[in-house]
Design a protein around this ligand. Structure first.
Ligand SMILES: Nc1ncnc2c1ncn2[C@@H]1O[C@H](COP(=O)(O)OP(=O)(O)OP(=O)(O)O)[C@@H](O)[C@H]1O
Length: 333
C-alpha cells in the first residue's frame, strides 16, 4: 500500500518512519520526491553489495514497522476499502476477455487505453455500478475480494466511486469558502476550517493561477475549478475509488493532481489517450472491441521514457505560458 506514495507523503503521514531510515543507514535526504521502491532501485549493483542492501526485506520490514508503530501509538485508521477486483466478462463479439482477475490496491493508478468507442467508459461504468454480470459486458466487480454490499449502488453520500468528469459546470452562487464549508459540513468533518484551507492550498498547487477563499465559484477559470474539484475529491470525498475520464490540459498540473489522489490512498482508474498520463500508472488496461484485451505492466524502459515525455511536456507548457503572456516564442533547452 505504501508502494506508490512518495517518501515525502509517507513521512508526512507517518513521521516516525524517519527513524527507520536512519536506523537502516538509508540516507533519504533529497530523495523525497521518490517512492521507497524507486529510492531502493537507485542503488548501483556495487552499492547493493558493499552495503549489503536487501531490497525485499527492507520493504517488508518497513511495512511491518509502520504497522507496529501504529499499534503502539494507538493510531486507528479507518480501514476503508483495500482492494477492487475485476472479473472478466465478454467483448462485443462475446469472446472472453484476455485476463483472469485484476486486483487493484489503495494508492494505485491504473490507466485505461484503447481506441475511441472501444469501451473505456463502459468499464468505468461497470465499476461504478459494481456490476454482477448484469451489464452488457458480463463483468463482475469485487470489493475487498467479496461481492460488494448493494448499498454502494444506491447511497448518495457514501459512494464507492467518485467521478472526475470533463465538465465541472458550477451554477452555484457561492464563494469558494462557502462551497467548501457546505461540503465539509455535509461530510460531518470536525475541523472544517483546517480541511477547507488544506483543500485551497492543494488546489492552488495544481492550478496555474491562484485563487482566494472569497473568490466566487462562478468566476473561477476552467483550470481553477478543475483543480478545486480534484483537491476536494482527494481530501473530502469518502469514496475509495476515483474514476477519471481523460483529464485534459486545462491549465492544471496533472502529475501533481494524480500524486495528491495517491497520497490520499485512493484507487485511481484513468481513461486516457495521453502517453504521459498512461505511463504514470503502474499498469495499463488495453481495451479492444469492448473487452479487456490485456494488461501491460509499465516497464523500467517505459518509466525512463516517461521522464523524457515529462521534459517535453514541460517545454510545451512553458511555450504555452509565453504565448498567453504575449511573448515571442522560441524553443528553450
Ligand atoms: N463488452 C461489451 N459488450 C457489449 N457492448 C459493449 C461492450 N463494451 C462496450 N460496449 C458498448 O459500446 C459502446 C461504446 O463504448 P464506450 O462508450 O465505453 O467507449 P469509449 O472507449 O469510452 O469511447 P470514447 O473514447 O469515445 O469515450 C457503448 O454503447 C457500450 O455500452
Amino acid at each position: 500500500m505504501m508502494n506508490n506514495m512518495k517518501l515525502k507523503q509517507l513521512i508526512e503521514k507517518y513521521p516516525f518512519i524517519t527513524d527507520y531510515f536512519s536506523g537502516n543507514k538509508l540516507d533519504i535526504n533529497l530523495e523525497e520526491e521518490r517512492t521507497f521502491t524507486e529510492f531502493l532501485d537507485s542503488f548501483s549493483e556495487e552499492e547493493i553489495e558493499d552495503f549489503a542492501i536487501d531490497k525485499e526485506s527492507l520493504t517488508e520490514n518497513l511495512e511491518e514497522y509502520i504497522q507496529n508503530m501504529k499499534e503502539f501509538l494507538g493510531i486507528k485508521e479507518e480501514k476503508g476499502v483495500e482492494s477492487l477486483t475485476i472479473l472478466p466478462g465478454f467483448d462485443k463479439s462475446r469472446k472472453k476477455e484476455g485476463f483472469e482477475t485484476l486486483t487493484l490496491h489503495k494508492s494505485e493508478i491504473i490507466s485505461i487505453v484503447g481506441p475511441t468507442g472501444s469501451g473505456k467508459s463502459r468499464l468505468l461504468a461497470d465499476i461504478e455500478w459494481t456490476a454482477q454480470k448484469d451489464t452488457p459486458t458480463g463483468r463482475s466487480i469485487l470489493v475487498d475480494g467479496k461481492v460488494p454490499d448493494m448499498k454502494w449502488r444506491f447511497s448518495s453520500n457514501n459512494k464507492l466511486v467518485a467521478q472526475l468528469s470533463q465538465n465541472m459546470n458550477f451554477v452555484m452562487d457561492l464563494t469558494v469558502r462557502e462551497f467548501l464549508e457546505l461540503h465539509a459540513g455535509s461530510r460531518l468533518v470536525e475541523d472544517i476550517e483546517g480541511v477547507t484551507s488544506r483543500i485551497i492550498k492543494e488546489a492552488n498547487k495544481l492550478a496555474g493561477e491562484k485563487f482566494e477563499m472569497e473568490t466566487p465559484i462562478t468566476s473561477l477559470s476552467g483550470g481553477q475549478s478543475r483543480a478545486l474539484m480534484i483537491a476536494d475529491t482527494a481530501i473530502l470525498s469518502s469514496s475509495p475509488i476515483v474514476l477519471i475520464d481523460e483529464i485534459e490540459n486545462a491549465g492544471i498540473d496533472r502529475r501533481k493532481a494524480l500524486d495528491l489522489l495517491i497520497g490520499e490512498e485512493k484507487i485511481v482508474l484513468m481513461a486516457t489517450h495521453d502517453p504521459t498520463l498512461a505511463l504514470i500508472g503502474d499498469r495499463r488496461i488495453v481495451i479492444k472491441n469492448g473487452g479487456i484485451e490485456k494488461i501491460i505492466k509499465t516497464s523500467k524502459k517505459e518509466k525512463e521514457l516517461l521522464k523524457d515525455l515529462e521534459k517535453m511536456d514541460a517545454i510545451i507548457q512553458s511555450i504555452r505560458t509565453d504565448l498567453r503572456e504575449g511573448r515571442e516564442l522560441s524553443l528553450k533547452k
